[in-house]
Each structure stands twice: as structure tokens, then as C-alpha cells.
Design a protein around this ligand. Structure first.
Ligand SMILES: NC(=O)c1ccc[n+]([C@@H]2O[C@H](COP(=O)([O-])OP(=O)(O)OC[C@H]3O[C@@H](n4cnc5c(N)ncnc54)[C@H](O)[C@@H]3O)[C@@H](O)[C@H]2O)c1
Length: 327
């Protein structure tokens, strides 16, 4: 094993992971990335970091427990941000076995590795506001029970509970983030609302809404979430005893109707004149979801800094450049 200290980021080719890795590298951490994807490139230019071996990225399916353990044994991992997951709800609905296997078992494999080999490693699990499921009382608070019932939601809430078990029962330094919908540069999942809307506008196509547009959602800019993850990591270094359940929401507590958000994006491009097609076929969606961040503010000194307006401007700018360079 090398003595060099690494922060492990799983799902390294994903949207959030790439933004997190960018920040970690800027802060001079060494990063070990793992993703099942190969033959893809990062959306940021990490080549200098790769040459200097500040960033090592490995293509591996985390479900391959043997290969995973053999790989991890070669590195001194001080923190693991576990982000890898099946994140597309329609994929989770269509392939429940793969959804549960990936979103639950990979968490267990990683936790077991650290329990047996490196108990001091800080383990930060990327849960979601979806883990809370349906509540009549909002905003979501960290002490709400996890009521998710749909495949993706249950896969996140199950992992979330398992991570808590390794904390309470095995005394490991684990923590959980429950973020609302994240948007920003680098999200190439074009069936998510914001990327899909921007793409439709750039291609001058009709915007299609699967929901009725009336649901309330909370949207947060990716840099704010990355700041939250890093504040949580620093908090975990300082706080040796778990008094706070180490679970933190990252949200804005400023819910907006889906249709209003789409209109904000449309209004940023005066030339776009197409109408919105509201399909209203999203049957399994929870009606309203948004989160308070007061616990994160109190203990992590974290709050969202990007307004929706600024975040959307930055996001449109990034996609416009990205799509132009792709032509
Ligand atoms: N994007 C959001 O709005 C949001 C909100 C709350 C929580 N989260 C959570 O944050 C994490 C990251 O989300 P994202 O939006 O960046 O997702 P993403 O889909 O962009 O990235 C996920 C990455 O995980 C990788 N992956 C999947 N299965 C794997 C496996 N078996 N082995 C190795 N790699 C695997 C994928 O290849 C992909 O690159 C997820 O855990 C998600 O549940 C995301």
C-alpha cells in the first residue's frame, strides 16, 4: 500500500462526482476515482492532475467485490464519498434487481471493506431527499422517518439506514447527505428536467413535461452541494463522537413549481417560441418535495450561495458551450 493519502470518489464519471473531484483537486487532495464506465472522458480537463498522479481513475464495477477489495488494498484511503448509483428513476423502475443490487450492495461492500481494513476512514454516503418519500408536512427535516416506497427511493433509504448502522453499531465515521435536485455544469443525464429543457431550447424543439408541472420541487446549484460535501468532510474530521446522527440536508427551502422553473429557463432565451407539451403521465412521483437546511447551517456553517437565477444562467452558459463544441 502507498503512504500517499487518497480521497475515494465512487461514480467518478457522474455529474456530481466530477464537480466534487474538481473541487477536491483544487484543494490539493489526491483523488482516487472509480466508475464502471470506460471509454468516456471527464467533462473538465484533469490531464495535469492525472500526469502528476493527483488523480487516478479506475474503471471498475463496484459490484465486483473481489476486484474492488483488491484495488482498495493498494491505496491509503482517508475518506470515501460514495456517489455511484443507478440514478435514473425510470431505469430503477424498469430494472429493480439492478437498482437494488447497485444502490444497496455497493454501499455494503464498501462499508464492509472499511470496517475490516480501515475503520478510521470517513465514509460519506450520497443519499437523497427521495429517501424521505411522501410527507404531508414539509420541508423535510433530517429527523423525519424514511418513508420512500418506489424502487429508487427505497434503494436510497435502505443504503442510508445501513450507513447509520455502521455508525451506531460498528462505531465507524460515517455520514449522510440528503440533497434535493441538483443542477449545473456536467450533467449529461438529458432526461432530467433542467438539461432536457435547455437541450430542447438549443435544438428549438418543443419542451415535453412528463408531470403536470404543478409539483413543487427544490433545486440546488451543484457548487453549493460540493461545498456542503466538503464542509461535512471537515466536520467529520473534527468531530470524533457521533452526537448528531451525522445526516445533513442540502437544499434551498425555496420550492418552485416545475412549470415555473421551465418558464424561467425559457425566458432566458427570447428567440424560443415553441409551446410546452404537458403530458401528465408521471404516476409514481411524490407531489411536493423540499428540504430545510437549518441543521447544516447550524453545524456545518453551510448555506446555499447561488440563487436559482444565477445558477440557471451559469448552467445555460455551460450547456451552450458544451453543445457547440460537440457539433
Ligand atoms: N443529481 C441529483 O439531483 C441528486 C440528488 C440527490 C442525490 N443524488 C445522489 O448523488 C449521487 C450522484 O448523482 P449524479 O446525479 O451525479 O448521478 P450520475 O448518474 O450522473 O452518476 C452516477 C455514476 O455512478 C456510476 N455507477 C453506477 N453504477 C456503478 C457501479 N456498479 N460501479 C461503478 N460505478 C457505477 C455511473 O456510471 C455514473 O457515472 C447518486 O448517489 C445520487 O443518488 C443526486
Amino acid at each position: 500500500m502507498t503512504n500517499k493519502k487518497f480521497i475515494l470518489v465512487t461514480g467518478s464519471f457522474g455529474f456530481l462526482a466530477q464537480n466534487l473531484i474538481k473541487k477536491l483537486l483544487e484543494l490539493n487532495y489526491n483523488v482516487l476515482g472509480i466508475d464502471k464506465k470506460n471509454n468516456v472522458s471527464f467533462c473538465y480537463d484533469f490531464s495535469t492532475y492525472k500526469i502528476k498522479k493527483k488523480l487516478i481513475n479506475i474503471s471498475l464495477d463496484l459490484n465486483n467485490e473481489k476486484k474492488l477489495y483488491s484495488l482498495l488494498s493498494k491505496y491509503n484511503i482517508i475518506c470515501c464519498f460514495h456517489l455511484a448509483a443507478i440514478t435514473q428513476v425510470n431505469e430503477s423502475d424498469k430494472y429493480p434487481l439492478n437498482n437494488f443490487k447497485t444502490n444497496i450492495m455497493t454501499t455494503i461492500y464498501l462499508l464492509e471493506y472499511f470496517r475490516q481494513n480501515s475503520k478510521k476512514t470517513i465514509f460519506i454516503y450520497s443519499s437523497s431527499d427521495k429517501a424521505y418519500g411522501k410527507f404531508n408536512k414539509l420541508p423535510y427535516r433530517e429527523d423525519f422517518p424514511l418513508n420512500g416506497i418506489h424502487p429508487y427511493d427505497v434503494s436510497k433509504s435502505t443504503s442510508d439506514k445501513i450507513v447509520q448502522t455502521y455508525n451506531y453499531h460498528y462505531n465507524m465515521k460515517t455520514a449522510i447527505t440528503r440533497s434535493v435536485n441538483i443542477y449545473g455544469p456536467c450533467d449529461l443525464n438529458f432526461n432530467r428536467l433542467i438539461p432536457e429543457t435547455i437541450l430542447s431550447i438549443v435544438k428549438n424543439k418543443k419542451i415535453i413535461l412528463r408531470s403536470n408541472g404543478k409539483y413543487l420541487r427544490d433545486y440546488i446549484y451543484v457548487d453549493d452541494v460540493v461545498e456542503g460535501y466538503i464542509s461535512l468532510y471537515k466536520f467529520m474530521i473534527k468531530n470524533k463522537i457521533n452526537l448528531l446522527n451525522n445526516t445533513f440536508n442540502f437544499g434551498t427551502n425555496k420550492p418552485i413549481k416545475v412549470i415555473e422553473l421551465v418558464k424561467i429557463i425559457i425566458n432566458k432565451n427570447k428567440k424560443y417560441k415553441k409551446s410546452i407539451l404537458i403530458k401528465d403521465i408521471a404516476n409514481n412521483e411524490i407531489i411536493n418535495q423540499y428540504s430545510t437546511f437549518s441543521k447544516s447551517k447550524k453545524h456545518l456553517k453551510w448555506k446555499p450561495n447561488f440563487s436559482l437565477d444565477t445558477g440557471i444562467d451559469l448552467t445555460i452558459k455551460w450547456y451552450t458551450n458544451y453543445l457547440l463544441n460537440k457539433k
